[in-house]
Design a protein around this ligand. Structure first.
Ligand code: 3HC
Length: 702
């Protein structure tokens, strides 16, 4: 059975439906070429057909792009280039035909899916929240290879198109209409009828409406030169040369501005090259890993209880963030309890501020904002708590206080209510120590800022029930998170691998290495911020609080520089009190190191180590700790360890995570460098047993 059917109607309009058999979502595969060519021949040769509506036979999706698994089968760049060229040819043929093609889009139209729609003469989409249009190829280390780099700028202007392609972020129906990607947006119930009506129209030449500023920049070669130069500068300052795809996207757009044939040829050639890069291969692996994780329940075969209502204890930054993702992503009511009315107001304000920005940008209707905000409420006692299916606590990091919260929830809620603690440092078994129903207690560790960071750690203690685990995993997914289940213990997984890396940066600073040179080296390596900037952002007090807990459980390996105590004695908490490693008073707040920190720590800064040594010392500490976590079954497998590090810390995605990175380096190399540092510098570099065994047996993690 084929993936395409053509239904010819009496009125001269044919409906071309794509429905890939056996797949839950349509993707474009190389072996569709002959089938599509035959259908296009049929359309072209049938004089009765005047117009064609391209639609999807899947319930809630249009086309999710080229089949990413197909790319792995390419042997070289030429083969991948040919994939792109043949896709371009088919889409060109549609566009050049003298019959009107209309795409009727409901659900995701991404990558090659949007490129298919762009090759149509008109596009109409449903106003459903499920509808999203975008060219996310950059997130896979690729570029749109079926004409997207040429057609989208021609349709909506270079600047907006470039922004979409460089970020890869999709737009919703309302934005798509606003930017001119679609010609109309209608309720799903009349989508097909409107598309048929459009297919009855003659093909008209589109006139792009641009404001004065856009015209000045895009309509002259002088203006475009400035635009591309600036785009390259900004891109390079973000990627630091680690990702080739964004620069190639700019090259393609530029190549096509004067000569579209050159643009398409450049697109195919660079697409072919990108498919073969190690960066794209690693980013594609992340896609496969996260897709697999969406299907996992936390405990095989154990169904989750559907959470319909939750309580949030504590209206601080974390509580506010948790309430936000609950109301806006999971669409579940959240009742925030705080001891202070200002805490509740602050938490609700957190959501209001984010949503109001969307309304102001006209990405969201005010009524939708009101609907989401109405899911949030607050209380100073436990009123309205009795029917909560889950309560997530985000109160102060104090074990006694958290135990009291467990007791309160056992008193005021149901027998089945899950108590999830957002602690970042206290073992869950301690929080559950006095619980009457310890099987309901679990850790659910979010990362700050909750609305942006995609990871959640789900931490069962020894007595947590399987149902509590799967209910928590399921709910975290509904909140838009990618959860990993990790073993209880100091630091869980993410903070445990982060701490020795940050401490090592601290030791290098004490040895005299300038702080900004350490931050810069690790950013060039691919981390989003350096360790000192990170401490300033999360709060030096918060970031260092976990050290004694980790040291208590794992010993000297978790030593941090003693001089750091002086920072806290000096009330340096970081950005929040404008006093940390960086200078927050100066004009460029947070851009430069506050030199007084060197005096405080008794350091004379001088460059002692190369950037490579800085990176190697810090990153090896993280890699070795990740290996220890696998050895001790803190994480279930290398995949969870990679996703946890990338989504929780920002470990460079193009390296695939700590385990894939160790595979790339070679386990033997990792062991030999760890041993080198263990001999010349410190015992703490002693390689994990698992690495030594793997080295002997010539194994890799994947
Ligand atoms: C030449 C071109 O320019 C190159 C390209 O098009 S590259 C591809 C660009 N497209 C993308 O990056 C989109 C990737 N897909 C997604 O982001 C998400 O799947 C989505 C937002 C479309 C849907 O998310 P969600 O509803 O959570 O469904 P999700 O579980 O991810 O996917 C459903 C199924 O479709 C598959 N799928 C989705 N997009 C796919 C793709 N591009 N390739 C292969 N499989 C894909 C998933 O693997 C999953 O398969 P399964 O049912 O066998 O597990």
């Amino acid at each position: 059975m084929g993936a395409f059917t053509l239904q010819k109607r009496e009125d001269g309009i044919a409906i071309l439906t794509m429905d890939v058999p056996g797949d839950s979502m349509n993707t474009l595969k190389a072996d569709f070429g002959d089938e599509v060519t035959a259908i296009l021949d049929e359309i072209e040769n049938d004089d009765a057909i005047r117009g064609v509506v391209v639609a999807s036979g899947k319930k809630d999706s249009f086309v999710a792009g080229a089949d990413v698994t197909m790319l792995a089968a390419c042997n070289d760049a030429d083969e991948a280039e040919e994939l792109s060229t043949s896709g371009q040819r088919l889409f060109d043929r549609m566009q050049d035909m003298k019959k009107t093609f209309v795409a009727a889009i409901h659900g995701p139209a991404l990558g090659g899916g949007l490129e298919l729609a762009l090759a149509c003469h008109y596009r109409v989409c449903s106003d459903s929240p499920k509808t999203q249009l975008g060219l996310p190829e950059v997130q896979l280390g690729l570029l749109p290879g079926s004409g997207g780099t040429q057609r989208l700028p021609a349709l909506i202007g270079i600047q907006q198109a470039m922004k979409m392609m460089l970020t890869g972020a999709p737009v919703r129906a309302k934005q798509a209409k606003k930017y001119g990607i679609v010609d109309d947006m209608v309720p799903q119930s009349i989508l097909l009828d409107v598309a048929i009506e459009m297919a009855n129209k003659k093909i008209s030449k589109r006139v792009l409406k641009k404001d004065m500023m856009a015209k000045a920049l895009e309509n002259t070669s002088f203006g475009r030169n400035i635009l591309f130069k600036k785009a390259r500068e900004q891109t390079l300052s973000k990627t630091l040369g680690n990702y080739p795809a964004p620069m190639y996207i700019i090259d393609c757009i530029e190549a096509g501005t004067n000569d579209s044939r050159k643009g398409y040829a450049t697109e195919a050639r660079l697409f072919g090259q990108l498919v073969m890069t190690p960066e794209s291969k690693q980013l594609r692996e992340i896609f496969f890993a996260t897709t697999d994780m969406k299907k996992e329940s936390g405990v095989d075969g154990v169904a989750a209880v559907k959470v319909k209502k939750i309580g949030v204890l504590g209206g601080g930054l974390m509580g506010g963030g948790i309430a936000f993702v609950t109301a806006t992503k999971a669409k579940v009511p959240a009742r925030i309890k705080d001891i202070n009315p200002n805490g509740i107001a602050g938490a609700i304000r957190y959501s209001y501020d984010i949503l109001n920005k969307k309304v102001k940008k006209r990405f969201m209707l005010k009524t939708e904002m009101q609907k989401q905000l109405s899911l949030l409420s607050g209380c100073l006692d436990y009123s309205g708590y009795q029917n909560n299916d889950m309560v997530i606590e985000a109160v102060f990091e104090d074990v006694k206080l958290k135990q009291k919260m467990v007791a309160d929830i056992e008193e005021h809620c149901n027998e089945h209510t899950v108590f999830a603690s957002n602690t970042s440092s206290i073992p869950i078994a301690e929080i559950a120590a006095e619980a009457k129903r310890p099987e309901n207690v679990v850790g659910l560790h979010y990362f700050s800022p909750v609305d942006k960071m995609p990871l959640a750690e789900v931490i069962p203690h020894a007595k947590t029930s399987d149902q509590t685990i799967s209910t928590t995993v399921e709910f975290a997914k509904r909140q838009g998170k990618t959860p990993i289940v990790v073993k209880d213990g100091a630091g869980f997984y993410v903070n445990r691998i982060l701490a020795p890396y940050v401490s090592e940066a601290g030791f290098m600073a004490i040895e005299g290495q300038p702080l900004d040179s350490i931050d810069k080296a690790l950013m060039k390596f691919g981390f989003p911020v350096g360790p000192f900037k990170l401490l300033d952002e999360v709060g030096i007090d918060v970031g260092t609080k976990i050290i004694p807990i980790l040291k208590g459980q794992f010993g000297e390996r978790f030593n941090a520089p003693e001089a750091f105590d002086k920072l806290l004695e000096n009330d340096r908490k970081g950005k929040k009190n404008k006093s940390g490693f960086y200078d927050y008073d100066a004009k460029n707040a947070g851009k430069h190191i506050d030199d007084s920190v060197y005096r405080l720590l008794g350091i004379t800064p001088e460059k002692k180590f190369s950037a490579d040594t800085v990176v190697e010392r810090c990153v090896l500490m993280m890699l070795n700790e990740a290996a220890l976590c696998l050895q001790e079954e803190v994480i279930r497998n290398p995949r969870d360890g990679d996703i946890g590090a990338i989504f929780g810390i920002g470990f460079p995605p193009f390296l695939g995570g700590p385990f894939r990175y160790m595979d790339t380096l070679g386990i033997e190399h990792v062991v030999s460098r760890l041993e080198h540092y263990a001999e010349t510098y410190s015992e703490k570099y002693q390689p994990a047993e698992i690495l030594l065994t793997m080295c002997k047996e010539g194994k890799s993690f994947y």
